[in-house]
Design a protein around this ligand. Structure first.
Ligand code: ADP
Length: 523
């Protein structure tokens, strides 16, 4: 614990909940500013949807979602249209209150008219999502996966994924949703916090049985049935990287606001909990991201009638201790100063994975399937810790994913024109300067039209009641305006090419401007 009044700074600050460190000027903090806001159901859905607009195929791992109440009419219309075009489509929808957790307030409906309404629209902000009706079952039960992901750095982007996670099971055999079973939470919702109250919940004594198991035990079972587990891992890695790519633009806006560049401040890292559902065909689907995943390694149990106590949970311990241990090893400030067993091991690891081309090493390491690399003895020593469970996936696979980082580049333009450090919204003057410096106005697009575009889009985003603390244009509104400009300028291309072309155009003019200023400065 950080005692009140302590003067000496720490190397690492480990917060329980969220980033709140305006008075820390060095070291590393285990939370990013804005992460809690970014992974709320509505914000995450919006961020993923922006990416789905640009890259629909790459982002088809997130169920079709609508934001309530504002998109309720759109939801009703789209469902009607989809039903008209395919009468055999018999969807189920899941309604999830924004900011809810542990299954709180979640319910299933068969028809938009079943959404709980006050007046003519749903009252509480929520996300309504297409329900995945055909999940993969094990022992006839639905389950989801909790995977731990370390976001070690935002700039440059560094992502690690834990080789093992948890599988959390429902406690009633699964049936596809019908009007009769829609309300059976123990059949449809995999939340541990709900299922623990079912009489069927089984506390797991080992990794392979019970209502909470290791993910690797599920993989072993799938592998023994002939499933392509390497492909599954590679799909999960893609899902994680793409989701983080969707979150980074706004995270960067929060970051520069709380920790302005050029001023002393801490750096950040964060362990995230990814909740993933496997479909029957083994396709992983993202359910949600948790900014503050539980790191408990014990659970409550009735020790004798009416007497409850905490007992160790071996499955949680196996997975979570490794995640915390490796996170500390990776962010260890002394790491660079010592050439210790850890780095030697990493050398060995990297030599092995280089010899193991085409294999992401997740599965081989875990199940002891033969690796193709040479077996080198690991160096022994006083600090001979188990090998890393957190595996780097970015920048390792950056080449495959960098083309998706368009909104990141739009965010860089936005941040450049924010002007006053510490803000997260762009004023009308900043927007005009952006248009002028990037040479985007012309006889067809006057500065008066620029002002109208700014006012229209900003007003709409601000009326959604996202953040009333500051006035001005938020990043999402800027992204919308940018897409509009791109569509206007490069008419017949697909959206992602229009946006990429406009980014190139803006970056070119800004680089020329910087060069000119540099020359003038020297002069
Ligand atoms: P919470 O934060 O309240 O846990 P989640 O989004 O994780 O909310 O949803 C709770 C549970 O509902 C999930 O663990 C999963 O079992 C189920 N679920 C959520 N979304 C879907 C979906 N689109 N399709 C099928 N099941 C879902």
């Amino acid at each position: 614990q950080f005692p009140l009044g302590r003067r000496l700074p720490c190397d690492i600050y480990w917060h329980g909940v969220s980033f709140h460190d305006n008075d820390i000027f060095s070291g590393q903090v285990n939370k990013f500013p804005g992460m809690t806001e970014m992974v709320r159901k509505i914000t995450l859905s919006r961020a993923v949807r922006t990416m789905q607009d640009l890259f629909p195929l790459e982002y088809n791992f997130y169920p079709r979602s609508w934001i309530l109440p504002e998109e309720f009419p759109l939801f009703v219309d789209e469902v009607r249209m989809l039903r008209d075009s395919d009468p055999s489509w018999k969807p189920t929808f899941i309604v999830k209150p924004d900011g809810g957790c542990q299954g709180d307030g979640i319910y299933l409906v068969k028809d938009p008219s079943d959404i709980r309404l006050t007046g003519s629209v749903p009252s509480r902000p929520a996300v309504v999502q297409e329900y995945i009706c055909k999940p993969l079952l094990v022992d006839k039960l639905k389950f989801d996966i909790r995977l731990y992901v370390l976001l070690k750095s935002l700039e440059p982007l560094e992502i690690y994924i834990a080789k093992d996670g948890l599988s959390r099971f429902c406690t009633e055999p699964y049936q596809e949703p019908t009007l009769k079973n829609l309300h059976q939470v123990f059949m449809h919702l995999t939340n541990y916090s709900l299922n623990i109250h079912s009489g069927n919940f089984i506390h797991s004594d080992d990794a392979n049985t019970g209502s909470k198991r290791t993910f690797s035990s599920i993989l072993c079972r799938l592998s023994s049935r002939g499933a392509d587990v390497k492909k599954l891992w590679s799909d999960i890695i893609s899902l994680v990287i793409k989701t983080i790519i969707a979150l980074t633009p706004e995270l960067k806006v929060y970051y520069q606001s709380d920790i302005p560049a050029g001023k002393p401040g801490p750096t950040c890292f964060q362990i995230l909990g990814f909740d993933i559902l496997l479909m029957k065909n083994l396709k992983p689907m993202l359910l949600e991201v948790n900014a503050n995943p539980s790191m408990r390694i014990e659970h409550e149990q009735e020790l004798s009638p009416g007497v409850f106590g905490n007992v160790p949970s071996p499955v949680d311990e196996e997975v979570k201790v490794a995640v915390i241990r490796d996170t500390l090893r990776l962010v260890d400030p002394q790491k660079k100063k010592r050439k210790d067993v850890h780095s030697e091991r990493q050398d060995v690891d990297s030599r092995r994975s280089k010899a193991n081309i085409g294999c992401n090493c997740f599965w081989c390491c875990r199940c002891q399937a033969p690796e193709q690399g040479p077996e080198e003895p690991l160096p022994a020593g006083p600090a001979a810790l188990p090998s890393l469970c957190l595996k780097q996936v970015f920048p390792k696979y950056a080449k495959q994913f960098n083309y998706l980082r368009l909104v990141d580049r739009v965010a860089a333009l936005f941040i450049r024109f924010l002007g006053v450090k510490g803000t997260t919204k762009l004023g009308p003057t900043g927007f005009r300067t952006f248009i002028r410096n990037c040479k985007l106005s012309n006889s067809n697009f006057s500065m008066a039209s620029v002002d109208i575009l700014y006012i229209d889009i900003t007003r709409r985003w601000n009326s959604m009641g996202i953040d009333h603390k500051e006035s001005g244009m938020c990043l999402q509104a800027f992204v919308e305006a940018f897409f509009c400009l791109a569509q206007k300028k490069y008419k017949s291309l697909p959206l992602h090419e229009q946006v990429a072309s406009l980014i190139d155009f803006c970056e070119y003019h800004l680089a020329a401007l910087d060069e000119k200023r540099l020359v003038c400065g020297r002069g």
